[in-house]
Design a protein around this ligand. Structure first.
Ligand SMILES: *[C@@H]1O[C@H](CO)[C@@H](O)[C@H](O)[C@H]1NC(C)=O
Ligand SMILES: [Ca+2]
Length: 329
C-alpha cells in the first residue's frame, strides 16, 4: 500500500502534463481522507455509503458486475466544504462483451443529494450539481461520436439527462477515450477551481494527463457530496473503482469572494455558446493545453520575430533583384 502510494506520488510529480501551477502534485498534505476512497476501503461504512449491486472487496469497489440490469453507487457521507478541489479517480471498466456490446458506464457526482436511485447511471435525474459521465455505450444510433465518451453536465435540478441521446443536449464538453478492457491502469481527474471545470484523462499508460474538458464560468456551491454510480442494461460490464482521491487546491480568493456564502450558490454555467451547439471532435482528445499568459506572450514574440525575419529576407531579396535588374538594363 505504502509502496503503491509512493509510486503513484512519484508518477504524479514527474508528470509533465500537470501544467497549471495551482494544481496539486498529489501532495499527501492536500489529500482529504474524509472525501477519499482508498484501498483497503476502511472508510466504507462510516465515510462512504454504498447501495445496490455495489460490492466492496479489499482491492476494488465493484459498482456493477458484468451482468444485465444492475445498478450500484457509492456516496461520501461527508459534505465537501472546499472551494477548490481536484478528484483523481482510478477506475476499471472490463467485461466479456465485444465491441459495442457492453454498457452503460460510470458517472461521477458532486451533488446536493445522495443515494437517490434513478435512471441516470442509476442516479436521480433531476440532480443539483455536477456529473461527469464515462459513457461506454452509444444509445444514439445517429451519433458520429466514438465511444466510450466522457462528458460533463451541470444541473440545478431543472434539466434531465437524455439517455437516448447520451446526454448530448445538456453536455458542456467531452471527449472520446479508450477506457475499456485495458491492461494498464486508467485514471480520470476532475478539477474545480475559480469557476473553471477541467476534466483530464490518463488512459494510455503514458503517465500523462490529456485534457478532455476545460470550461470556465462554472458555479458550484460548497457542501455537496461526492459519489459514483454505474448501471448495466441489456448489455453489461464490470464497473470498478480502485480509488477516488480528493485533493484540496491551494488557491487564494479575494476578500469579497471569501465573504460570500458559498453553500448558497446555485449550480450554473455561463456558457458563451449553447450546449446544443456542441460540435464533435472526431479525434476525441483535445491534446493542447489552454494558452496561459506567458505562452501567449511567447507565441506573439515568435510571430513578431517571424515577421521581422520575413521582412528582412524580403527586403534583401528585393534589393538583390533590383540590382540584377539594373545590370540588365
Ligand atoms: C435553472 O436552470 C435553468 C436553465 O438553465 C434556468 O432557466 C433557471 O432559472 C435555473 N433556476 C435556478 C433556481 O437557478
Ligand atoms: Ca450511453
Amino acid at each position: 500500500m505504502g509502496a503503491l502510494l509512493s509510486t503513484w506520488l512519484v508518477l504524479l510529480m514527474s508528470r509533465p502534463g500537470l501544467v497549471s501551477c495551482d494544481l496539486t502534485d498529489g501532495n499527501t498534505e492536500h489529500l482529504k481522507r474524509e472525501h477519499s476512497l482508498m484501498k483497503p476501503y476502511q472508510g466504507v461504512g462510516s465515510q462512504w455509503d454504498f447501495w445496490g449491486s455495489t460490492l466492496v472487496t479489499s482491492s476494488y469497489v465493484r459498482l456493477t458486475p458484468d451482468e444485465r440490469s444492475k445498478q450500484g453507487s457509492i456516496w461520501n457521507t461527508v459534505p465537501c466544504y472546499l472551494k477548490d478541489w481536484e478528484m483523481h479517480v482510478q477506475f476499471k471498466v472490463h467485461g466479456s462483451g465485444k465491441k459495442n456490446l457492453h454498457g452503460d458506464g460510470i458517472a461521477l457526482w458532486y451533488t446536493r443529494d445522495r443515494l437517490q436511485a434513478g435512471p441516470v447511471f442509476s442516479n436521480f435525474a433531476l440532480f443539483h450539481g455536477l456529473a461527469v459521465f464515462v459513457d461506454t455505450y452509444s444509445n444514439d444510433d445517429a451519433t458520429d461520436r466514438s465511444f466510450p465518451y466522457i462528458s460533463a453536465m451541470v444541473n440545478n435540478g431543472s434539466a434531465s439527462y437524455d439517455h437516448g441521446k447520451d446526454g448530448r443536449s445538456s453536455e458542456l464538453g467531452g471527449c472520446s477515450a479508450e477506457i475499456r478492457n485495458r491492461d494498464h491502469d486508467t485514471y480520470l481527474a476532475i478539477r474545480y477551481s475559480r469557476g473553471r471545470l477541467t476534466v483530464m484523462v490518463d488512459v494510455d499508460d503514458k503517465n500523462e494527463w490529456k485534457s478532455c474538458i476545460d470550461i470556465g464560468g462554472v458555479r458550484l456551491p460548497t457542501g455537496y457530496f461526492f459519489g459514483a454510480s454505474a448501471a448495466t442494461g441489456d448489455l453489461s460490464d464490470n464497473h470498478d473503482l480502485i480509488s477516488m482521491k480528493l485533493y484540496q487546491l491551494m488557491v487564494e480568493h479575494s476578500p469579497e469572494e471569501e465573504d460570500q456564502d458559498w453553500s448558497q450558490i446555485q449550480p450554473s454555467v455561463s456558457l458563451l455558446k449553447s450546449p446544443k451547439d456542441n460540435i464533435d471532435d472526431p479525434t476525441g482528445n483535445f491534446r493542447g493545453t489552454p494558452l496561459t499568459g506567458w505562452k501567449v506572450f511567447l507565441l506573439l514574440l515568435c510571430s513578431l520575430l517571424g515577421i521581422v525575419v520575413c521582412a528582412v529576407v524580403g527586403a534583401v531579396v528585393f534589393q538583390k533583384r533590383q540590382e540584377r535588374n539594373k545590370r540588365f538594363y
